[in-house]
Write a protein that binds this ligand. Structure first.
Ligand code: A3P
Length: 300
């Protein structure tokens, strides 16, 4: 149901995020050393938070002492648009020592200007839209996020998704904004796909570390640190932690961030016709951008 979404500059934002978005645009003062994680919801945000937190803090905590073992990744890297205590009223963000890490679901076009003007880095992760849709649906069913909104029947929700009416959607515009920004050689945006991380996490973690200016040294590589961090941040490991089994952040159960963590789970819920519709939509919307999206059906 679109009642809890409002359209702003072509994007569908949850109403409760609207003021924080405007507020962050007005007050957020980016530093060159900031690292921003960007994504659409249910595209691998939690995973990316765990990875980047671990990469940046690898000299501050040993693997068996890291706060990641006792805190949900979302408590370690805060969302810009869910932080309502903003700007002038909030000295907290200013007092965070550099390098600061933030995350956002905001589209590239809506990012605060200081992010675009500073040298801060943006790491974007996206996911095949069919899995993202299914993941989001489970998340909505598990958590009562919006007081008045009962989740729609799957066919109706899918219809809305295809029309772009989805948190921070349309998904194609969200992806294209970051995709284009990643192409202009400024080194501002690193564009990642969830499926690529699943395929080779050590390669992806190395790439992320390099991009954010925290490359692994030859000694660290030899010690197997990249593999260790990848294991620490793996789905199975994070899901098994007490804090992620039983904890919650307000109305959101930590466990709901760790459902299946698979590629192609949509085949268990969506018909081939629905998949075909999305495939056509992707083809049409991404045409000419150079961005390719495989829907990763189990048969392909
Ligand atoms: P599923 O619902 O398909 O299982 P986000 O973090 O953006 O909210 O996305 C959540 C999705 O990422 C969920 O997908 C979740 O299971 C998956 N996920 C969370 N942590 C993960 C990890 N460490 N590795 C792989 N997938 C992970």
């Amino acid at each position: 149901d679109g009642r809890w979404l409002c359209q702003y500059k072509g994007f569908w934002c949850p109403v409760r995020c609207f003021r924080p978005i405007i507020s962050s645009q007005r007050h957020f003062d980016a530093r060159d050393t900031d690292i921003l994680l960007a994504s659409m919801p249910k595209s691998g945000t939690t995973w990316l938070k765990a990875l980047i937190f671990s990469i940046v803090n690898r000299n501050n905590y040993s693997i068996d002492q890291t706060p990641l073992l006792t805190s949900n990744p979302h408590s370690l890297v805060t969302f810009l648009e869910f932080n309502v205590y903003w700007g002038n009223d909030n000295p907290d963000l200013e007092s965070i020592p550099s390098p600061r890490m933030f995350s956002t679901h905001m589209p590239y076009e809506l990012l605060p200007n200081t992010i675009l003007e500073s040298k801060c880095r943006v790491v974007y992760i996206c996911r095949n839209p069919l899995d993202q849709f299914i993941s989001h649906r489970h998340f909505l069913l598990e958590n009562k996020l919006e007081k008045d909104a009962e989740p729609l029947a799957i066919d109706d929700a899918f219809e809305m998704f295809c029309k772009g009416i989805h948190p921070f959607g349309p998904f194609w515009d969200h992806m294209i904004g970051y995709w284009n920004a990643s192409l202009n050689n400024s080194g501002k945006v690193l564009f990642l796909k969830y499926e690529d991380l699943k395929e080779d996490i050590v390669f992806s973690a190395t790439k992320i570390a390099e991009f954010i200016g925290f490359s692994f040294s030859v000694e660290e590589e030899k010690l197997g640190l990249i593999e260790e961090i990848s294991r620490l941040c793996s789905f199975d490991n994070l899901k098994s932690l007490e804090v992620n089994k039983f904890g919650n952040r307000g109305v959101i159960q930590n466990s709901s961030y760790f459902r299946k963590g698979e590629v192609g789970d949509w085949t268990n819920y969506l018909s081939p016709l629905m998949a075909e519709r999305i495939e056509k939509l992707i083809e049409m919307k991404l045409k000419g951008t150079g961005l390719m999206f495989n829907t990763y059906s189990k048969d392909s």
